[in-house]
Design a protein around this ligand. Structure first.
Ligand code: FES
Length: 116
């Protein structure tokens, strides 16, 4: 079962920037924008650049490699919002001075899929 995991302390992520953290076997980009934290996959769906290092403006991050833009609140690919391509997004909360992210774990292997 997925649980919130602490990734950083408040103050570790400057306003208007992102930072990448390893959570449940994947890299998650956490952004602070207008006092609110948001989390999406750090790996750009195009070619895997770190979105945490992208340019943040309004509710979007621009990938540092080829400038594709993603919404930091819901992962939508803003250059083509009708596309099914998007970034996963995750719930974020602050408990005291901890920034915590809820990331589903990797799926369990299907026990019914044995070779027999
Ligand atoms: S790797 Fe992000 S736009 Fe190409």
């Amino acid at each position: 079962m997925a649980e919130f995991q602490a990734v950083a302390k408040t103050g570790d992520i400057p306003e208007g920037e992102g930072r990448a953290f390893a959570v449940s076997g994947r890299m998650v980009a956490v952004f602070l924008k207008d006092g609110h934290y948001h989390a999406i996959n750090d790996s750009c769906p195009h070619m895997g650049a770190s979105l945490a290092t992208g340019w943040v403006e309004d509710d979007q991050v621009t990938c540092p490699w080829h400038a594709w833009r993603f919404c930091i609140t819901d992962g939508t690919w803003l250059d083509n919002p009708q596309s099914e391509l998007k970034s996963d997004c995750y719930e974020v909360r602050v408990v005291e001075d901890e920034i915590q992210v809820l990331v589903p774990g990797r799926p369990e292997p299907d026990a019914s899929a044995s070779d027999e």
